[in-house]
Write a protein that binds this ligand. Structure first.
Ligand code: ZN
Length: 149
């Protein structure tokens, strides 16, 4: 288990250091702000939605390692997916970081499983889920601000 924990730590550090999709999206038709004042995480999420498909997604901003790595892995996970598929992944992810491990579909989560340890740290759950809530807001409405408070 400690080896797995170390591997997870490595992936989080890697995505924090070199976040994927860390850019503004040209022609984005959905934008949402995510704000977690408790920790100081502040991001802007850009989406190009074509019918039901998340064609392109990117984010900008700053925050702690957990929030940034989560944004990086979230955008990688939902890019090219339909809105329904993205909602499904979010459902599994949310269950993993807030509930019990039982019944969590690890295969559906892939690399997102690196955040399974945050459930032990309630304050970190907000960091890890911030961009997911922002994604949902962006999908629901054209423009808005999401705050964890
Ligand atoms: Zn944070």
């Amino acid at each position: 288990m400690s080896d797995l924990r170390e591997l997870y730590q490595q992936i989080i550090l890697d995505h924090n250091r070199a976040p994927r999709n860390f850019k503004e999206i040209e022609g984005a038709n959905r934008v949402a702000d995510g704000d977690n004042p408790l920790c100081g995480d502040k991001f802007k999420l850009y989406l190009r939605l074509d019918n039901d498909v998340i064609e392109d997604i990117g984010f900008q901003g700053s925050g702690c390692a957990i929030s940034k790595a989560s944004a990086s892995l979230m955008t990688s996970a939902v890019k090219g997916k339909t809105v329904g598929e993205a909602e499904e992944i979010f459902g599994e992810f949310h269950r993993m970081i807030t509930g019990s491990e039982i019944g969590v579909d690890r295969k559906a989560l892939g690399k997102l499983a690196v955040f399974s340890g945050v459930r032990e740290f309630p304050a970190r759950v907000k960091c890890a889920s911030l961009l997911w809530h922002t994604l949902r807001a962006a999908l629901d409405r054209a423009d808005c601000v999401v705050s964890t408070e």
